[in-house]
Design a protein around this ligand. Structure first.
Ligand code: MEV
Length: 323
């Protein structure tokens, strides 16, 4: 019989300094420094839930579908590394397997970070303090390049250069309490993020973006120290403009005509109240506003046939239960 071992919940993420370009398809180390936040719904109703269990056969299920256990981004790249230690701690023999079931609950985008972090936190909870934190994040990046954002929650900077990568948590989720991010969802069709990673590096200005990411990260650290949330989101908006300009030039068009029209309207609304928008790799426009203005953005989104969802910055993953 399968034995449930540990269940965890982790939160998806949004880029603040957006990630474009990874070292290779296995290690997936970002080629430059990036930053991001973890998010959930106002009642914590957006998350990825993962169960790790001991089983006779090795099985991975994501959103009800069996995954190819040998695929490049398979969570088994991490689970297998720690399998012996986990079985030993559970008092099981090495002929048993570790399997998992993962489910995205209400996630708009950024689910793979949360999926990787949920697996990570399940494993970490079994190891307690014996895991090597310096290499563990790099293990999880094999599943998702920006897993560190979800692993630490709040606002994080991932310092990276394609060879090394380490995430630094710079602001807790509660620093964002006065703000809501209105996630405006346009369509369920999205390009795989590898299309972005493979193409953005071809842009002649890419080396400049790599250099600038260091400057932006320094600026972000300063803003985090000052807890200047508006300026943090404004930095993200500028980065969104830069990122999608480069992507458009190399033929990767994430921002559709409808999203573009909505963004123009969001810019006009700046005359009425403060806001800042972010577009990552999916067909969502995330609009940060002070709480009192969230309904104004939601009403506008509906005029553009987008579905608005109210979001807040989330903390780190949580272990829900453990045998
Ligand atoms: C995927 O690795 C990264 C993007 O979602 C951008 C970001 O959130 O930084 C495409």
């Amino acid at each position: 019989m399968d034995t449930k071992y540990v269940e965890a919940r982790a939160y998806p993420t949004i880029g603040i300094i957006l990630l474009g370009g990874v070292s290779d398809e296995i290690n997936r180390l970002p080629l430059h420094t990036t930053a991001g936040i973890a998010y959930t719904g106002l009642n914590n109703e957006i998350y990825v839930k993962t169960d790790l269990y001991i089983s006779k056969n090795k099985k991975g299920i994501v959103n009800g579908k069996d995954i190819d256990v040998n695929s490049e981004r398979s969570p088994f790249r991490v689970i297998d590394k720690y399998k012996h230690e986990i079985l030993m701690r559970a008092g099981e023999d090495d002929d048993m397997n570790i399997s998992f079931i993962s489910e995205n609950v209400n996630v708009l985008s950024g689910s793979s970070d949360a999926g990787a972090a949920a697996i990570g936190i399940c494993i970490e909870s079994i190891f307690e303090y014996n895991i090597n934190i310096f290499t563990f994040e790099n293990d999880l990046q094999k599943i998702s390049e920006s897993a560190g954002r979800s692993l630490y929650g709040g606002l994080t900077i991932n310092h990276a250069n394609g060879k090394e990568s380490l995430t630094d948590h710079i602001l807790d989720a509660d620093a964002f309490d006065d703000y809501v991010i209105v996630g405006c969802h346009f369509s369920d069709n999205r390009q795989p993020s590898d299309v972005i990673h493979k193409n953005i590096i071809k842009h002649p200005e890419y080396p400049e973006r790599v250099k600038n990411s260091e400057k932006k990260a320094k600026e972000l650290e300063k803003l985090a120290q000052e807890r200047n949330i508006k300026k943090i989101f404004e930095l993200a908006e500028n980065d969104t403009d830069d990122y999608h300009r480069l992507l458009n030039d190399v033929g990767v068009h994430i921002i559709t005509g409808e999203m573009k029209n909505f963004i123009e309207r969001v810019k006009e609304l700046k005359n009425n109240f403060w806001n800042a928008y972010i577009v990552t790799g999916g067909t969502n426009v995330f609009v940060a506003v002070e709480k009192k203005n969230m309904n104004k953005v939601a009403d506008e989104a509906k005029n553009f046939n987008a579905k608005p969802v109210f979001l807040k910055v989330a903390g780190p993953p949580e272990v829900i239960s453990r045998n």
